[in-house]
Design a protein around this ligand. Structure first.
Ligand SMILES: Nc1ncnc2c1ncn2[C@@H]1O[C@H](COP(=O)(O)OP(=O)(O)OP(=O)(O)O)[C@@H](O)[C@H]1O
Length: 323
């Protein structure tokens, strides 16, 4: 092995590269050596989620892996999150990663989960016990939005001049609204519902963050006609998208090259791109949440702080303000 190859091998080991090639730069022979590292793609294989630690966490939850081999943590408190991905791109694994990651905190009433699933509850019903309330109809969805606005009004008065970011405590929890297929509410619901939902969601998205009311929404189609309030979300996860235009729409102009979500292989659901506040771009893959695991956690944490299984309860819609 030549000295050059030995050096390249050391470099490959340092960066956990799968293979390497070396050659002398064609235009600068004798002076510049090129080493090309072939990196292993750590996100090729799917991973199944495991039960979250029993500690109640509400700031951020772990969703899966980053391409560098670290854990993918998503900030929940203080952010409104929009996850966009074509059908079958794996939005469910991001949704359940967040809901199940917050489950221990929800059991202790440090977090209260609200759910809107206008696709007849197909997605959320499976973990229904984790949610304070679930809405399966447009009218129920509006009621949840109104309830959350009441929380905002109440907290706004209490917090003014005291603190900039609501600190969840038992009984005064972080309120997390999970909306599966946002378009069903903002684009395909009856006109009067759409109008009111747009208005109420606009208030929550502009005023709720600091007051401990955050939205985590999922949508297939990111066009403005479908998600008019796209720009009000403060962080975005792009799973597999359908075109470079969609990538630019979701992640920002110029991002279709840096974070090509439209090139994600359809055979690798749960894979996505995230752009951090700092502008750092990362490729990630969510862990897969099988139904049995969601049911297990909903049974263990739904409505209880002591880890005992809950009785079977159907979430109901509250009239008026939440506690
Ligand atoms: N993180 C993941 N790792 C591996 N496979 C996954 C992952 N997430 C989802 N899958 C697989 O991909 C399929 C589709 O995922 P999912 O239902 O979450 O997509 P979706 O984006 O919610 O689609 P739709 O918008 O049509 O509901 C799942 O049934 C599962 O088999």
């Amino acid at each position: 092995m030549t000295e050059l190859e030995e050096g390249a091998e050391r470099l490959a080991a340092t960066y956990d590269a799968h293979a390497f090639r070396t050659w002398v730069h064609p235009r600068r022979p004798g002076s510049t050596v090129v080493v090309e590292l072939v990196m292993r793609d750590l996100l090729t294989q799917p991973a199944t989620a495991s039960e979250p630690e029993p500690e109640a966490v509400y700031d951020a939850v772990s969703l899966g892996r980053t391409q560098g081999g670290g854990r993918w943590q998503i900030q929940v408190r203080g952010r409104h999150t929009l996850c966009v991905g074509a059908s079958g791109s794996g939005k469910g694994s991001v949704l359940w990663g967040i809901a199940c990651g917050l489950a221990p905190a929800a059991a202790c009433d440090l977090v209260r989960l609200w759910g809107i699933d206008l696709k007849r509850g197909v997605e959320l019903a499976i973990g229904a016990d984790l949610f304070e309330h679930l809405a399966y109809t447009p009218e129920e969805a509006l009621q949840i939005l109104r309830n959350l606005i009441d929380v905002i009004d109440e907290r706004g008065g209490e917090m003014v001049g005291k603190t900039r970011l609501h600190e969840p405590t038992v009984g005064d929890p972080l309120q997390v609204l999970v909306i599966d297929e946002l378009a069903a509410l903002t684009a395909y619901a009856p006109l009067d519902v759409r109008r009111e939902a747009d208005k109420l969601l606009g208030v929550i998205l502009t005023q709720g963050r600091a007051l401990g009311v955050v939205v985590v929404a999922f949508v297939q189609d990111p066009r403005k006609e479908v998600v008019g309030m796209r720009s009000l979300f403060t962080q975005t996860v792009a799973l597999r998208l359908r075109s470079g235009d969609e990538t630019a729409m979701v992640l920002g102009d110029g991002m279709h090259r840096l974070a090509p979500a439209h090139r994600i292989n359809p055979s690798r659901p749960g894979t996505g791109w995230v752009v951090e506040d700092s502008g750092a771009v990362d490729r990630v893959r969510a862990d897969y949440w099988p139904d049995y695991l969601i049911r297990t956690l909903a049974g263990r944490y739904g409505g209880h702080c002591d880890g005992e299984p809950t009785s079977e309860t159907t979430p109901t819609i509250l009239e008026g303000a939440v506690r």
